[in-house]
Design a protein around this ligand. Structure first.
Ligand code: NDP
Ligand code: 2IT
Length: 450
């Protein structure tokens, strides 16, 4: 079989799933040299097996809103791969959630989790439920109804969900409470739990902090650092907030942040004080980012999600960190980033950069880190939360942060090593895909045809 034949097969088996095909094609092409060197992997059809979810659950979620109207949503859990550990990955609540989006996320998660060095398989789930504009009571009722079904399919040794877009501390609390009530057991079945009831210190910060630790290692390869760099960040949720915070800690300047309505351009830089305002705005008051621009008198521009160009990437800067959602950096954006002097793009979101945009960045010598490597700090710290739950004790912030540091450093090195062995030195995309793939492939080979 050739790589193009496998791509054709995936297309034929998964029609109308553009995001899944995009993620699949990227991995198939970059790991192909590994298959050429290991005919046994081809014979065992390891890649085709990884591209087929081990199990995928779709279910109805029915709940009553505040006006006592019946609401119907769709829930999912994609249990993609358990080759190296229990299924692990977040839950996304967003109206755009569908099988294609969740399969792409679950597929990426296989390789990301393998890169962390912690034994975790790949999974993802969620719902087309939109938490925006819903009361706390409605979110709670939805979470309870969602868990009413999901609880049958997960447990702390089998499948451990966590947060993602639209699922943060509030939702994890309601989901955990519902699970505990249904199963009559207190276990670490979810990660991202509150401190004091099984959560890990630093899990909230981990994805954003880990992203910047990873970027700092990339810059060190060029004898450079984040200090003094002007940075573009998109999004203003969990990942964006803590990426901004770590850039500030390390002496860099962040000039942008966004939500699905628009973005702010604060040329003076987001300070820790302004960031605290943003956290309160987004996490507690659940407001729109325009309020930041109104309060701090900086520029604000609305965004049109249907355009294949995003003006946030057309600002003079040194580094770019997309931290909102998939396909938010297009071909034209990549050209704008290069024109504006950007030398590094590291993904906080999952698959925020289109394949064409990635190729343009790499061809033009921009250091590019794929999310499955650079945003792995979140799930890695979820892995640390699981370990603490199994042990029945917890580590200090300093201990967890130190472990996160080591994990990001090791992932960075694993990417560089694999890229070098396969003749693409410095190519983090190829390195991440190959290093993750090899670990999972060897486990599948050892476990037989299942
Ligand atoms: P949040 O829900 O906390 O924040 C998401 C942010 O992105 C919000 O600012 C949101 O704006 C914006 N956004 C979401 N969807 C869109 C869209 N379709 N168009 C424009 N803006 C959008 O999510 P997270 O910060 O947790 O996740 C952000 C990204 O990081 C996702 O790709 C996620 O998969 C990835 N990720 C998350 C990890 C985690 O630990 N949380 C770990 C690794 C990756 P608005 O408020 O208007 O919706
Ligand atoms: O995309 C991701 O890695 C996450 N949303 C975090 C998953 C997790 O299990 O912590």
């Amino acid at each position: 079989m050739t790589s193009q034949e496998i791509i054709a097969l995936v297309k034929q088996r998964n029609p109308n799933e553009p995001e899944f095909l995009q993620a699949a094609e990227e991995v198939i092409l970059s790991v192909w040299p590994v298959l050429e060197r290991n005919p046994e992997f081809v014979k065992l059809r390891l890649l085709e097996r990884m591209l087929e979810p081990e199990r995928m659950i779709t279910f109805r979620v029915t709940w009553l809103d505040d006006k006592n109207n019946v609401q119907v949503n769709r829930g999912y859990r994609v249990q993609m791969s358990s080759a190296i550990g229990p299924y692990k990955g977040g839950l996304r609540f967003h109206p755009s959630v569908n099988p294609s989006v969740l399969k792409f996320l679950a597929f990426e998660q296989i390789f990301k989790n393998a890169l962390t060095g912690i034994p975790m398989g790949g999974g993802k789930g969620g719902s087309d439920f939109d938490p925006k504009g819903k009361s706390d009571a409605e979110v709670m009722k939805f979470c309870q109804a969602f868990m009413g079904e999901l609880a049958r399919h997960i447990n702390h040794r089998l499948d451990v969900p966590a947060g993602d877009i639209g699922v943060g501390g509030r939702e994890i609390g309601y989901l955990f409470g519902a699970y505990k009530k249904i199963k009559n057991e207190f276990t670490g079945v979810l990660t991202g739990k509150g401190i004091g009831w099984g959560g890990s210190l630093i899990r909230t910060e981990a994805t954003g902090y880990g992203l910047i630790y990873f970027a700092e290692h990339m810059l060190q390869e060029k004898k450079d650092s984040i200090k003094g760099k002007t940075c573009l960040v998109s999004g203003s949720g969990n990942v964006a907030q803590y990426a901004i915070e770590k850039i500030i800690h390390l002496g860099g300047k962040v000039v942008t942040a966004s939500d699905s309505n628009g973005f702010i351009y604060d040329a003076a830089g987001i300070t820790q004080e302004k960031l605290e305002f943003l956290k309160d705005l987004k996490n507690n008051r659940r407001g729109r980012i325009k309020e930041y621009a109104d309060t701090f008198k900086c520029e604000y521009q609305t965004l049109d999600a249907n355009q294949n160009q995003n003006p946030i990437w057309n600002i003079k800067a040194d580094c770019a960190f997309p931290c909102a959602t998939q396909n938010e950096v297009h071909e034209k954006d990549a050209r704008n980033l290069i024109k504006n002097g950007v030398k590094l793009l590291a993904e906080g979101a999952n698959m925020p950069t289109t394949i064409d945009a990635i190729n343009i960045l790499i061809e033009n010598g921009v250091m590019y880190a794929p999310g499955k490597a650079s945003n792995a700090g979140g799930v890695a710290t979820s892995g640390l939360e699981m370990t603490q739950n199994y042990m029945g004790s917890s580590w200090t912030s300093e201990e967890v942060d130190a472990k996160l540091h080591v994990i990001m450093k090791d992932i960075h090195q694993a990417c560089l090593d694999a890229a070098k062995v396969y003749g693409k030195p410095g190519n983090y995309l190829v390195g991440a895909n190959i290093a993750g793939f090899l670990k999972v492939a060897k486990a599948m080979q050892a476990q037989g045809v299942i």
